[in-house]
Design a protein around this ligand. Structure first.
Ligand code: FES
Length: 334
């Protein structure tokens, strides 16, 4: 082994008699209460500049830190006393602030100015395997994985099948979480030719049951309490003073429009009687009742769909046909 002039080995390691904590290089010389593998420590010279404190005057800095700690301790003691005696908040705050600040200052200065300044670098050993080690590993894999290699196709197929089943099954909660399928509700309502107009309690609407200027929400008979379809079926029925064009759609001044706003689907339930406007409360779209429900104001892009009406031989209001277009806001096909 080559050594330097100072007697240290050229590879930077101490001889075996400088091992950690008095443990011998072979462990046999360790004390009766010591355990573990003996580890040799790198040689360190006391005058190594990396081990010197950063401060140029360590003694002076250490005195400052001592004073800082003492005042900090006094602050914490004061805080304890003031807290115990339930003294005024400003004393509590001041003593705690002084205590924490000076203790923190001392601790920071200690680490910054009195500890070895470093930097410390440890060489990393070579991580790559030798060619002989790589050859041995390749031979072992070839020898031991012969069975696996033969069954790779089976395992791969099973894995693919498992993933496929998993992919299908994982769709189940996704589909169920989306609620019932909309089916034809995007394009159709339950209004048909001859559907009897009823209120939410199922009472049929007679031609004499509303005065001019009156308004109410109606449904096709049999669907007034259907939670799945009520939102599409809800229709606002208004009685005007006289029929309006198309005249055969508004007998005796009764006129009906879908209650779903064509903007975003809010219920259009407000009626401005004098101006004959239906108003959506969400974004203030206004629809002309006497002019086929065309928007007068607001973001609604198209008229409210109108339900043609007729009066049967008993004087009850019925639909002359279903809606001739989808109700509610536009969607991807509109
Ligand atoms: Fe009716 Fe926006 S939803 S105006």
């Amino acid at each position: 082994m080559t050594t330097t002039e100072s007697g240290h080995p050229a590879d930077g390691h101490e001889p075996s008699d400088t091992v950690a904590d008095g443990l011998g290089s072979n462990g046999a010389e360790a004390g009766p209460h010591e355990r573990g593998t003996p580890v040799a420590l790198p040689a360190v010279r006391p005058d190594d500049p990396h081990l010197q404190p950063a401060a140029q005057h360590p003694v002076r800095v250490s005195n400052i830190i001592v004073v800082s700690f003492l005042i900090g301790i006094a602050g914490m003691v004061g805080f304890g006393y003031f807290y115990w005696t339930n003294d005024s908040p400003w004393k509590l705050g001041l003593s705690l602030g002084v205590g924490l600040t000076l203790l923190g200052f001392g601790l920071t200065a200690w680490g910054k100015y009195l500890m070895p300044q470093g930097p410390f670098v440890e060489e990393r050993h070579d991580l790559s395997s030798s060619q002989a080690e790589r050859d041995a590993m390749a031979a072992a894999l070839t020898q031991r994985t012969g069975l696996v290699m033969k069954r790779r196709g089976v395992l791969g197929g099973l894995l693919a099948a498992g993933l496929a089943v998993f992919g299908v099954v994982i769709m189940f909660p996704l589909l169920r979480s989306l609620g019932p399928l909309p089916k034809k509700t995007l394009t159709q309502t339950n209004w048909r030719k001859g559907s009897l107009l009823v209120d939410s309690d199922g009472r049929a609407i007679h031609v004499g049951s509303m005065v001019p200027g009156g308004i109410q929400t109606v449904f096709p008979a049999g669907y007034e309490n259907n939670d799945q379809t009520a939102s599409q079926d809800q229709t606002v029925l208004i009685r005007l003073l006289a029929p309006v064009p198309p005249y055969d759609w508004s007998p005796d001044g009764y006129i009906a429009y879908s209650k779903l706003c064509t903007h975003l689907g809010c219920p259009v339930g407000l009626y401005e009687q004098e101006l004959e406007l239906l108003v959506c409360p969400c974004h203030q779209s206004m629809f002309k009742v006497a002019e086929k429900g065309v928007p007068e104001f607001g973001p609604a892009p198209r008229p409210l769909p109108q339900l043609p009406l007729q009066i049967d031989s008993s004087g009850y209001l019925r639909a002359a046909a279903g809606y001739d277009q989808p109700v509610g806001p536009g969607y991807w096909e509109r």
